[in-house]
Design a protein around this ligand. Structure first.
Ligand code: B3K
Ligand code: ZN
Length: 884
């Protein structure tokens, strides 16, 4: 590389800002290719000036400076310094007004950070550091100001003009333009600023808060899409009510706006009172959205709304504290979805995703603590660790303190810190102080990266009637952290008797009234033995119930014990987990046998246990669907010493076939019994029946080789579907089967939805996920399809992301073609949208997990990326850390 390499920023170097900005007055004159922004900032020195004034260093990126004036005096070139990082005034007075005028080019902003244009709509994305691409500013979250925003734009092209807070004034002006003035009374950091201008349709509703505030709710979308906003609106109202009931948190303005746009770097953004969303998380109707899409909308709408308190009213002091708002808000949206749907099923799905995304991150070169110590590009740290492990950490606090204790801690947190920018330590202190507990050791969850490993052994002493469980904890080394101190791990567990009932457990030394059918143990030492007394002969040990801690557990358990837990554990999560671990044992064993060329039959006890689930009518269908679904190829890969994608795929296919062959009648009965009873409804119960039916259909399709009619059957299911869930389920199975039926369905799907960008994303993704050997060739051809564009993040994620992150079998082709494709796409995308390019890069960094041949090819792909001139800091950081 010829350019200087980007440098890292360290948490320990944090210093409070030298200047405060009290008020911000913004004036936008909107033109797609030349927008003028006037900013008037009221600035005061925050430092002791006895040693003299300190320089004011304002951030700026890709700005054209038109003028700058201090207390009304226009500054000359000698009065300030301008470089590619910002604008510096050497020694300003203690209190002054700064007027800055900049010019920007939103139409050319393909990074989608700052102010940009998406399908003729002006919109902003300022988190983390996009505001500096609008004007020069102290663009850091601990600088909180009140904003007044004036927007001037062509009235015909941009009839809707929105910003944060309340609309103060709207009027027409000369030249066919109009003006809107917004004022946000709540001080906020610049990353929560938002502006939207466009020709948008609106769905309006109302919500009355529990103290009687009448709030207008509006969801703005492209014209013609209003009918698809009903579900999101319903979710919003339910989320508003839920936050009042569960946490006593009420909405604080008279207006709450949501705008959905088609080009967005992520899911959505919680700007104060003006949330901006990716279309994907707003638009739904049964024709275009799957049950998973509906669930995603519910979660994301709630998540962004919940940020109003955990993020906006109380924000982060610096970006190292990102999980303060993200982990907590994910925890809150999970609790909400659990209350709206089935709690165990939600837990299962969250754990699946934690294991698929966060555990690998924590075990690879990009591992970082929930509160990171350094970063090069903060946008690279919107990770599964910050979000999902962060939410696990909050969930463990609730497990330790109980729901009431947790609520007390939340109340104290809000009471202490409303209107402030604070740290993860402040949050933990509120929890500890409200409950009079010491969370000192627990806080290592914030500072230590890596997934702890628990080795558990249990033994029963018949004569003494005692059960001893010994737990050894170890946290593997991660980059920069070779040695770890022991963690405080809340471990929920129980013992089942031969009837499958929970045995009441009390620890040696506890009084009899401490006995309870399940316990949450505090695992705190490197090695610890828990001795339970007065225990009758147990039949099975159940650990980490409810996934009480995000750890990997090693527990030697035979198939019979796992099958017993699958059938009897009182904790639904643990029943599911027993099945997953049983299947994992079988799949790892079969993968090894495939490598040695000598497969042996699967343990019939597993297939029988699956059959029992299919026949158990007391189970909720959504749970049964999860319980019979095998662990994903990624999860099995994580458990292998050297990943063998082909052996894993073959082993998994073989187990699917074994289940299909043995349980055909049960599976057929499930498919028939759960056929859609009437018009589609997105509720959890109906979605659960569809899920169960479609998993069963998937097993039946696994035996395609034996049952030649499979492709016809799937095509018929595709055609008969009256909703997107069933249509996609059939098509997902069909894309793995080469033949005319596959093409007929794909063509039909494309023709039916060709004008619907969101649905075409599904069409792109399905083809990228196909197990067929020519998938990469098809994906490469689709890059040239008119439906694809590198400028559109949803398209990139659908086609490229689905292939690189969702299709291990074809991505890891032994010839390295998948890796070369990935490097090529990264290099093409980086100059357009570095955030998205960097986000997609993680799979290449997992090279340590593969055989020597693949390792060499993956490293070569990374090296080729790193050698490119003008690499963004985003891609540089991920690629260089991946190679380290
Ligand atoms: N806070 C935003 C994410 C911003 C990502 C910036 N690269 C959405 C959310 O977590 O709610
Ligand atoms: Zn968030």
């Amino acid at each position: 590389m010829t350019e200087p390499q980007p440098t890292a920023i360290h948490r320990q170097d944090y210093t409070p800002p030298d200047y405060r900005i009290e008020t911000v007055d913004l004036e936008f004159d909107l033109e797609p290719s030349s927008t003028r922004v006037k900013a008037r900032l009221a600035i005061t020195a925050a430092h002791d000036r006895s040693g003299g004034a300190r320089p004011l260093v304002l951030h700026g990126d890709a700005l054209e400076l038109v003028s700058v004036a201090l207390d009304g005096r226009v500054l000359g070139a000698g009065d300030y310094r301008l470089d590619d990082k910002g604008l510096t005034i050497a020694a300003p007075p203690p209190a002054f007004t700064l007027d800055i005028e900049t010019r920007i080019d939103p139409a050319a902003n393909t990074q989608l950070s700052g102010l940009y244009v998406s399908s003729n709509v002006f919109c902003t994305q300022c988190e983390a550091e996009g505001f500096r691409r609008i004007t020069y500013f102290l663009d850091r979250p601990d600088v909180m100001a009140t904003y007044r925003t004036t927007i001037r734009a062509d009235r015909a092209a941009y009839p809707v003009l929105l910003s944060n807070g309340n609309l103060v004034e709207q009027r027409q002006v000369e030249g066919g333009r109009h003006v809107a003035v917004w004022h946000d009374p709540f001080p906020k950091p610049s990353y929560l600023f938002a502006l939207v201008a466009g020709d948008l349709a609106c769905n309006e509703d109302r919500f009355t808060t529990r103290s009687g505030r009448d709030v207008t709710l509006r969801i703005f979308v492209e014209h013609g899409k209003q009918a698809r906003t009903g579900y999101a609106m319903d979710c919003l109202k339910r989320a508003m009510r839920w936050d009042e009931e569960r946490f006593g948190l009420e909405y604080d303005l008279d207006l709450f706006n949501i705008v959905a746009v088609s080009d967005f770097n992520m899911g959505a953004m919680e700007n104060k009172s003006l949330n901006v969303f990716n279309d994907k998380y707003i638009l739904a109707d049964p024709e275009i959205a799957t049950d998973a899409d509906y669930a995603g909308i519910e979660t994301v709408v709630a998540h962004e709304y919940f940020h109003n308190w955990t993020g906006d009213r109380i924000t982060c002091r610096d970006w190292f504290q990102l999980s303060l708002k993200e982990g907590l808000t994910v925890f809150r949206d999970r609790e909400f979805s659990s209350d709206m749907r089935s709690r165990p099923v939600k837990r299962i799905q969250d754990v699946r995703s934690l294991r698929a995304r966060q555990f690998p991150e924590d075990a690879g070169p990009l591992a970082h603590p929930v509160r990171p110590d350094s970063y090069i590009e903060i946008n690279n740290f919107y990770t599964a660790t910050i979000y999902d492990k962060g939410a696990e950490v909050i969930g463990m606090m609730q497990a330790i303190l109980g729901q009431d204790g947790f609520r007390k801690g939340m109340d104290l947190y809000v009471q202490r810190h409303d209107g402030q920018a604070v740290t993860c330590d402040d949050f933990a202190a509120a929890m500890a102080d409200a409950n009079g507990v010491d969370l000192g050791q627990f806080k290592r969850w914030y500072s230590q990266a890596g997934t702890p490993e628990l080795a558990i052994e249990g033994s029963y002493d018949t004569r003494a009637g005692a059960y001893e469980m010994t737990v050894t904890q170890r946290c593997p080394p991660t980059p920069g952290q070779p040695d770890k101190a022991p963690m405080h791990i809340p471990l929920a567990m129980g013992l089942l008797d031969a009837q499958g009932q929970d045995i009441r457990l009390r620890l040696d030394g506890e009084t009899a009234d401490a006995a309870a059918p399940g316990r949450v143990l505090a695992v705190t030492a490197p090695r610890q033995t828990f001795r339970f007394v007065n225990v009758p002969q147990p039949k099975a040990l159940s650990v980490n119930r409810g996934f009480s801690a995000p750890v990997n557990v090693t527990l030697a358990q035979g198939g019979a014990e796992r099958a017993f837990l699958m059938a009897h554990d009182s904790d639904a999560f643990a029943r599911w987990e027993a099945g997953q671990q049983f299947a994992t044992d079988l799949l790892l064993r079969r993968a090894g046998e495939i490598q040695r060329g000598a497969p042996t039959p699967f343990d019939p006890a597993f297939v029988e246990a699956v059959g029992q689930i299919l026949r158990d009518e007391s189970l909720e269908p959504a749970f049964a669907a999860e319980a019979i679904a095998l662990p994903g190829e990624d999860y099995i890969a994580e458990r292998m010493d050297i990943v063998d994608v082909e052996a894993i795929h073959s082993a998994r296919e073989a187990l699917r076939q074994a289940i299909a062959t043995s349980l055909r009648a049960d599976l057929e009965r499930i498919v028939a019994a759960n056929a859609s009873p009437g018009p589609y409804t997105p509720d959890a119960a109906a979605a659960g029946r569809r899920a169960l039916r479609n998993v069963a259909l998937g097993y039946l399709a696994a035996s395609a080789a034996e049952a030649p009619g499979t492709a016809d059957r799937l095509l018929a299911a595709y055609r008969a579907a009256d909703n997107m869930t069933d249509r996609m389920a059939a098509l997902r199975l069909l894309v793995d089967l080469d033949g005319p039926q596959r093409q007929a369905a794909l063509d039909d799907f494309h023709d039916r939805f060709r004008d619907d960008a969101l649905v075409i994303d599904k069409w792109l993704a399905l083809q990228a996920l196909s197990a067929l050997p020519d998938t990469l060739a098809r994906v490469t051809a689709l890059l040239g399809h008119p439906a694809f564009a590198l400028e559109k993040p949803n398209k990139v994620r659908a086609l490229i992301g689905s292939f690189t992150a969702g299709n291990p079998l074809r991505y890891h082709a032994a010839d390295g073609s998948g890796y070369a494709f990935h490097a090529d796409r990264t290099l093409a995308l980086d100059p357009i949208n570095p955030q998205v390019a960097a986000r997609l890069l993680a799979p290449l960094g997992r090279w340590q997990r593969f055989d020597a041949g693949r390792q060499a090819k993956m490293k070569a792909a990374l090296a080729r990326i790193l050698a490119a001139p003008k690499l963004s800091p985003d891609v540089y950081e991920i690629a260089s850390k991946s190679l380290a």
